[in-house]
Write a new protein. Structure first.
Length: 359
């Protein structure tokens, strides 16, 4: 039996409970978690913004150590440090065949399969495949990647979502070029990773926008050269900071219609807006046909940073080893499983960066 944070039903509070994991079957591995990040996507699953079978164990950003492996697993052995990959590519669907592995049609098939049971025998599903809000988990072997050399195991958890997403938003989706101006809307865990990534990309002016005054020091520590409190005049303030033109690139890490619209308006004519935040389907963003023509801006979505984890993790590790990427700088709270509910509340209140469950 292992302890886990169980979501009994959508909209219900998490319950800390003992669960029973099976031994890994063919093509599976059992992982003892070292740490798991609390991501806004977990909150979106818990409150029903995104669908998830229940009861389940959430958590998709994690790292740990292989305990045992099932038949057919030859590239992993007990003791290996691994990062959980919640969206493994199948390699055979249309998107995988054209190199868009982050859009794999089969990435989340495992989330619909029972993977464990509660102490009284009830079936449990793995939220986003990997069920990281538990002391241990059993996952498909393609849901883990080796922890790169030189990256502490606990910090490596952040590579599994926040850092891949923020780095990818900058380098793959927005394709920020050296000398460009970048504005990041939302300074949570992903926003902080995005700010660091914009600095790595060589952005000349990096503007952070958030509703909280308290996040200014976090934002500047991550690379922001300017800080703007979100308001009805945010787009105007950003234009003032960019010579009256607007930023070359805006990256939205909130997932709200009003913030997406503000991000779009905060870019220059011909600018680029990348939406990372996950909003509900009731969040409607509107544009008129004339402004789309006149401004010539680009608006694009971004899934998992448009990243290929197997390719990008070694690149991120090199940035960590060189001191360009500070994983610990994303973490504002280190908690236990029983602290996840408070971490969710802090997200809703706009407080802090990444909360990290440390086992």
């Amino acid at each position: 039996m292992v302890r886990a944070a169980v979501l009994p039903a959508v909209g219900s509070p998490l319950e800390i409970a003992d669960i029973e994991l099976p031994e890994p079957g063919p093509g599976q591995v059992r992982v003892r978690l070292a740490a798991a990040g609390v991501c806004h996507s977990d909150l979106s699953l818990a409150n029903g913004t995104m669908r998830v079978p229940t009861p389940c164990v959430l958590g998709h950003e994690g790292a740990g150590t292989v305990v045992t492996v099932g038949d057919g697993v030859t590239d992993l052995v007990p003791g290996d440090g691994v990062v959980l990959n919640w969206a493994p590519s199948c390699g055979s669907c249309h998107h995988c065949s054209i190199g868009e592995v982050w859009l794999c049609a089969n990435a989340l098939l495992g989330a619909a399969d029972v993977y464990a049971r509660t102490a009284d025998g009830a079936e449990l599903y793995p939220g986003l495949n990997v069920a990281a809000f538990a002391e241990e988990t059993v996952v498909a072997a393609n849901c883990v990647l080796p922890v790169p050399d030189g990256v502490p195991l606990t910090d490596a958890a952040l590579l599994g979502c926040a850092v891949l997403t923020g780095y990818g938003a900058v380098h793959h989706s927005a394709r920020v070029r050296e000398g460009e101006t970048v504005v990041v809307h939302g300074v949570g865990g992903v926003g902080l990773a995005t700010l660091q990534s914009a600095r790595i990309a060589g952005a000349s002016t990096i503007i952070a926008v958030d509703v909280s005054e308290e996040k200014e020091s976090l934002a500047r520590g991550a690379g922001a050269t300017e800080y703007v409190l979100a308001s009805d005049t945010t787009a105007k303030e950003i234009r003032k900071l960019t010579g009256g033109h607007g930023a070359d690139v805006a990256i939205e890490c909130v997932g709200r219609a009003a913030t997406i619209r503000t991000a779009w308006e905060s870019t220059r004519r011909g600018g680029r807006t990348t939406v990372v935040g996950i909003g509900g389907k009731d969040q409607q963003v509107t544009f008129n046909a004339l402004e789309l023509f006149h401004w010539g801006r680009t608006l694009s979505g971004c899934v998992y940073g448009n990243s290929n984890p197997a390719v990008d993790l070694p690149v991120l590790a090199e940035h960590v080893r060189a001191g360009r990427l500070d994983l610990g700088g994303l973490v504002t709270d280190r908690i236990g499983l029983d602290g996840i509910a408070e971490a969710f509340a802090n997200m809703l209140a706009g407080k802090g960066g990444r909360a990290l469950v440390v086992f």
